[in-house]
Design a protein around this ligand. Structure first.
Ligand code: ZN
Length: 501
């Protein structure tokens, strides 16, 4: 291997060390740090992020990449060397387009806006957030304008989390999906409501936590390379290829929240833990996009974790872990309860069928805001109108409406939401592909065996890390473009049976 390539890897390792240290500080802040540490912690994280950004956008990095450009011409496109140089170069070229003082401006504004939102949401006070959001919108547009030549102003913002995806491509897919989902939701919610009382009872936090750990261990989570802790908002983060952290939260009277968030975050962790070890501490060493990442968390949470087969294995274990709670609940009643479909106000609580309607309305509103068709001051009204037309109900107040998600209040407007629905669509497209090759997968799930599925996902998706863009990866894995057909077929099949449609 050339000396220059070794030098590049050394530089990238140093940058990755700084980023991992920042991630660890953030994890500690969200899990164990006493509240008094917040101010200093914010500064510490900001310092590490600034230094790693400076190192990554340095002239030295530019020179190294220039010296290594021949790898891209002479090595095969999917070779590790050419991919490392290509992916690092593309990230570098994008990073140097935005001046670091502008990034600092966005990050300071986000922190202030987030602070204000943590008070405004419980107070149901949108008016306080109005000036913050107007500034966020202005900064989001300016950020997009550092990448001139886009087709849609949202494209550069989408590209930050779902590289190469375009607003137009996503809008077409989403409007098709919406046209299929709205009648499905209507057909289901016209039925008699499902009895979900079996999900409520007395479930001590520690027992839920232990049960969740047992489940993900069975799925293949390696506790020598990861751990789970408790937080206010569940997330996954990574400090190295051999150290991945997930978090969960629970309610003592509800069995489902902690369990499914644990499986969801474990899905993210499986992706990161399955990446080729040689990519560690380089830009190839993490999942390729938010949509592909979400496809894995959703595949494990919903397609596997909410399936009848999965509970054939785990239901007896649940019954004995919580004595007295499920004794008189037949498995089918439990299965129906964890797949209950209802029109609800909050995205993060939504079921598989309605969830995407929440995401798509946010995506459309973002585009309207970015192109100037919608003003921030009219956003709550636009939110409520769209909600009425998609869900047939109107939010009781802004805290359960336009104020509910942190994304617009702590980041940019644009690029934040599409990944969730892309992930749902892809979860089924990938899963169908896996079961076409390995028809034994669903029988194995019913017997608590998950290695065939894990191995297939690792081989096809995980090990590549960021080597391929999402569109490239989808083509390689499925032989097709992104398509909603498998997902719609899955929803009609599963919910058609559950609700006798
Ligand atoms: Zn997720």
């Amino acid at each position: 291997m050339s000396e220059q390539l070794e030098k590049l890897k050394e530089q990238l390792m140093e940058i990755d060390n700084l980023r991992s240290a920042a991630a660890l500080l953030y994890w500690d802040q969200a899990t164990y740090m006493p509240p008094g540490g917040a101010t200093a912690r914010g500064q510490q994280i900001a310092t590490l992020n600034r230094i790693s950004h400076e190192k990554f956008t340095s002239d030295r990095m530019g020179e190294l990449l220039e010296d290594l450009a021949w790898y891209e011409l002479e090595s095969p496109y999917d070779s590790d060397e050419a991919s490392l140089v290509r992916v690092t170069r593309l990230k570098y070229e994008k990073a140097i387009k935005v001046p670091s003082d502008f990034m600092a401006k966005i990050s300071n504004h986000s922190a202030a806006s987030y602070q204000a939102w943590t008070k405004a949401r419980p107070a149901n006070d949108f008016s306080t957030m109005l000036p913050y959001l107007e500034k966020t919108l202005e900064l989001s547009r300016q950020l997009a304008d550092f990448y001139p030549g886009y087709e849609h102003i949202a494209d550069p913002l989408i590209d930050r989390s779902d590289e190469g995806m375009k607003a137009e491509q996503i809008r077409l897919i989403f409007s098709e999906l919406r046209s299929k989902l709205v009648p499905m939701v209507n057909a289901i919610t016209n039925q008699i409501a499902t009895d979900v009382s079996c999900l409520h009872g007395d479930f001590p936090e520690q027992d839920q936590f232990q049960f969740g750990n047992m489940v993900i261990k069975q799925l293949g989570f390696d506790f020598n390379r990861g751990r789970q802790d408790k937080t206010h908002h569940p997330f996954m983060t990574k400090f190295s290829i051999n150290d991945v952290r997930i978090t969960t939260r629970s309610k003592d009277d509800d069995i489902s929240e902690s369990l499914f968030s644990t499986i969801h975050e474990a899905g993210h962790a499986f992706y990161e833990l399955g990446i080729n070890e040689n990519f560690n501490a380089t830009p190839l060493g993490s999942g390729t996009s938010s949509g592909i990442h979400e496809s894995q968390s959703r595949l494990w949470e919903n397609i596997v974790g909410r399936s009848r087969e999965f509970w054939e294995f785990f239901y007896p274990k649940l019954q004995s872990a919580f004595p007295g709670q499920f004794d008189s609940v037949p498995i089918d009643q439990f299965y129906k309860a964890i797949n209950n479909v209802e029109r609800s106000l909050i995205r993060t609580d939504a079921d598989e069928v309605t969830y995407n309607l929440h995401v798509m309305m946010r995506f459309d509103l973002e585009l309207d805001l970015l192109v100037g068709q919608l003003a921030i001051k009219d956003l709550p009204q636009a939110w409520n109108e769209r909600f009425r037309s998609d869900f047939g109900i109107v939010p009781t107040d802004d805290s359960n409406g336009v104020l509910q998600d942190v994304h617009w209040y702590s980041g940019t407007i644009g690029g934040a939401f599409q990944g969730y629905t892309l992930g749902n669509i892809l979860s089924r497209q990938f899963y169908d592909r896996a079961t076409q090759t390995h028809s034994e997968i669903s029988t194995e799930i019913a017997n608590g065996k998950f290695d065939t599925l894990q191995n297939w996902l690792r081989e096809q998706i995980y090990r590549h890390g960021s080597k391929f863009t999402p569109n490239e990866l989808i083509r390689r894995v499925t032989g097709n473009e992104l398509s909603i057909e498998p997902y719609i077929r899955y929803l009609w099949g599963k919910y058609g049976q559950l609700y006798q449609l």
